[in-house]
Design a protein around this ligand. Structure first.
Ligand SMILES: Cc1ncc(COP(=O)(O)O)c(C=O)c1O
Length: 439
């Protein structure tokens, strides 16, 4: 499929599979985010920057496995390493040198980290980080950003989407939401007020909110959080599940020179296989040790059946090596900047009120933002949401896959020609949307 097509391709195979999936999974999906109207695509092949659906349609993939595959799909070095390891065992459930080396390589990259524990997902990592913060400080209140998504973790299931004073899900014990308090991004006064009202165990924040539409913390706000948490003996937790190993070798914290007490990571680190983990100062992990800790001080943090499995370690190590040896950061960031600038030019040329958010390899347009675009509420509007869905749906029809409504990302295998094609199609789509009065 090229940039010229504007009719919906045949997707009857995906439609039928989705139909039968409704008899297996509630609503036909095992993860709600993957549902979109009229039905999700079913994919049977992914290589380089491209995915192919079961009907044989090909798309350039800008979703890249939940922003995981910064190298693109089936990167040869990673595939070869994983295939070789598979013959030596998929998982041992017993310590192994590959897992040790993987841990060592991660620690070396995070400036703030002296020890780490693996988990199998980012959700578990943030759960364990909050637990360590509470155990270390003896306080129970946690502060988070409005629009911050830290996974399905019960402890943080609040203030992901507006209205921000609500739990994200029902089924929580009644007091969970009473111990989590959200602040508008970059609002120092709001944080100060919360710190003065509650005995706070820690503040958890993504330097850039992925679910929150790409809004970014300013450096001065992160500096402020660092100073305030230090002054009040609370933990500063950077959730780098998205930004970890994506924005620079030492992640976001190295880029801005701020050291949190704890860091959570996942996604990119696993090279396409499941991973999560938390890293931080050695003293914070003392109570998590298997021996020598009094029972009433012991903290369960990290672990799980599939942690430190040699397959993830192999894929992760191969990925970290490519990240070190090839100009992945330079390429993905410059190409993503080209998309951001290209979108901005299209919107200006066609008189569309829109801004483009994102950092490093990530990008997302915000349509008709409420001025000023300073907090997540401004991107959470129904106007933006419905325009973005239309924009993405029509790009998918032209062969550029975005999970509708979600951030796009450039991989190391995304070519300049594919990006040119994306921009050309985007111009056609925006023109179409203005003609139809959707924008
Ligand atoms: C910032 C952030 N933290 C945590 C998570 C949860 O990670 P996982 O989906 O691996 O559980 C996500 C997932 O998107 C995320 O974006």
């Amino acid at each position: 499929m090229g940039s010229g097509g504007n009719t919906t391709p045949d997707r009857s195979g995906s439609e039928q599979l989705h139909e039968s999936a409704t008899e297996v999974f509630p609503g036909g999906v095992s993860h709600n985010i993957r549902y979109h109207d009229p039905h999700p695509l079913y994919v049977d092949h992914a290589t380089g920057a491209t995915i192919r659906d079961v009907d044989g349609n090909e798309y350039v993939d800008y979703w890249m496995n939940h922003q995981t595959s910064i190298l693109g799909h089936a990167y040869p070095d990673v595939v070869e390493a994983v295939q070789a390891q598979a013959a030596d065992g998929l998982h041992y459930g017993i310590p192994n040198e590959l897992g040790l080396e993987f841990g060592r390589q991660i620690l070396q990259r995070f400036p703030s980290a002296e020890r780490l524990r693996f988990s199998s997902s980012g959700t578990e990592a943030t759960m364990y980080a909050v637990r360590i913060a509470r155990a270390t400080t003896g306080n129970s209140h946690i502060l988070k950003a409005e629009g911050g998504w830290h996974g399905g973790n019960t402890d943080l299931s609040k203030a992901v989407h507006s209205p921000f004073d609500q739990p994200t899900t029902s089924g929580l014990p009644p007091d969970v939401a009473d111990h989590v308090h959200a602040f508008p991004l970059n609002d120092e006064a709001a944080v100060t007020e919360l710190l003065e009202t509650y005995d706070v165990a820690g503040i958890i924040v993504e330097p850039m909110l992925l679910a929150g539409g790409g809004m970014q913390c300013t450096e001065s706000f992160l500096d402020f959080l660092r100073a305030e948490t230090r002054a009040r003996d609370a933990m500063l937790i950077f959730d780098e599940v998205v930004t970890g190993f994506r924005v620079s070798p030492g992640s976001y914290q190295a880029r801005i020179g701020i050291e949190p007490d704890l860091t959570t990571f996942g996604k990119v680190a696993g090279g396409g296989l499941p991973v999560g983990g938390l890293a931080g100062r050695e003293d914070l992990f003392e109570s998590t040790k298997p021996v020598g800790v009094p029972a009433d001080e012991a903290v369960l943090a990290g672990g799980g059946t599939f942690t430190m499995n040699p397959m993830t370690a192999t894929a992760g190590l191969a990925t970290l090596e490519v990240l070190e040896e090839k100009p992945v950061y330079e390429y993905t960031e410059s190409q993503s900047e080209r998309v951001r600038a290209g979108f901005a030019e299209i919107f200006a040329d066609l008189g569309v009120e829109a801004e483009v958010l994102g950092t490093s390899s990530l990008f997302l347009p915000v349509f008709q933002p409420e001025e000023p675009l300073t907090d997540v509420g401004a991107v959470e509007t129904e106007t933006n949401r419905s325009a973005l869905l239309e924009f993405h749906d029509r790009l998918i029809d032209r062969g550029h896959y975005h999970l509708p409504g979600h951030m796009g990302s450039i991989s190391f295998q995304t070519t300049e020609a594919q990006i040119e094609d994306l921009l050309e199609s985007s111009r056609d789509v925006v023109r179409e949307l203005t003609t139809e009065d959707i924008l």
